[in-house]
Design a protein around this ligand. Structure first.
Ligand code: 15L
Length: 277
């Protein structure tokens, strides 16, 4: 059992990749879980879990997910680069509906799945502190910057605490060169989410969702100091096999933190507007 035991948590996006990893682990940590699965009906994993479905743009679906809970872990939404209208519906409109639900139901905290792609246009040579400027690498990354600001606004205007998890590459294991910097192992993901649910926070905080990777692009000392996150996994343990493989990224994507997202619909230098001087 963890310090999060007994906390009533709503998990949106529970049917997705990260949701599937977290559900059994949050239950094992003693959390009383309400899992929201979008259009897919979920089957409760144990007596500690209840399940709901529905489109989170619909306030009634939000009510079903949040009624009786204290903390929302919000994973739902578009999780890769997509055309802007889809991103707006899922990551802006639905997010707003969810925050309004958090107000209606008196939730204490929202843990928001942000993304490294809100910072993806920073160079791979930069090591970003938690207060680094947003440099989104597309519509998806832009929506995550907006989501982080929404968390700030709901703290300032409505007193709902916010933790923004700037998730790197949450995978069972790193598989390519970029992951040596961005990997978030499942044990560390679980610890990070549990700390984000239970640790005291000064209103709002953002943390990098990464394991203890020596080649990390991010300085996560704030996560250690404020919420006590102590990652135990490291992508470096897989370095030998990864360095023996070809890097799948194109030459420009290799230079930018967001990797392949950065050069989708990208204007090459030679085609950009000419600058004076
Ligand atoms: C993300 O935000 C995506 O949801 C995931 O599919 C990966 O692309 C990950 O970032 C990453 O940057 O590796």
């Amino acid at each position: 059992m963890s310090e999060a035991a007994g906390i009533r948590v709503a998990l949106s996006g529970a049917g997705g990749q990260i949701g599937a990893v977290l559900r059994p682990r949050l239950i094992a940590a003693g959390i009383v879980l309400r899992s929201g699965g979008g259009p897919t009906a979920l089957t409760p994993l144990s007596e500690a879990e209840t399940v709901t479905t529905g489109d989170l743009r619909d306030p009634e679906a939000v009510d079903r997910l949040l009624a009786g809970t204290e903390v929302l872990v919000h994973l739902a939404g578009t999780s890769v680069e997509k055309p802007l209208p889809e991103v707006i519906e899922n990551n802006l409109i639905a997010l707003h509906a969810v925050y309004e639900g958090a107000r209606r139901h008196g939730l204490r905290r929202v843990v928001f799945a942000s993304s490294n792609h809100a910072f993806g246009m920073h160079s791979v040579d930069d090591r970003l502190a938690i207060d680094a400027p947003f440099r989104p690498d597309g519509a998806y990354g832009l929506s995550k910057a907006w989501g982080e600001l929404m968390g700030q606004m709901y703290w300032d205007r409505h007193g709902i605490e916010g933790v923004a998890l700037r998730i790197g590459s949450a995978l069972p294991r790193p598989t390519e060169f970029r992951h040596l910097s961005t990997w978030l192992g499942h044990d560390d993901l679980t610890q990070l989410v549990l700390r984000s649910i239970a640790a005291p926070v000064p209103g709002t905080i953002a943390v990098w969702g990464a394991s203890n990777n020596p080649r990390s692009y991010w300085d996560n000392s704030a996560a250690a100091a404020v919420i006590g996150y102590r990652p135990t996994q490291s992508a470096e343990d897989y370095a030998e096999e990864i360095l023996a493989r070809e890097n799948p990224l194109d030459p420009i994507a290799r230079t930018l933190q967001g990797g392949s997202f950065t050069t989708m619909d990208y204007t090459p230098e030679a085609e950009r507007p000419r600058r004076e001087g």
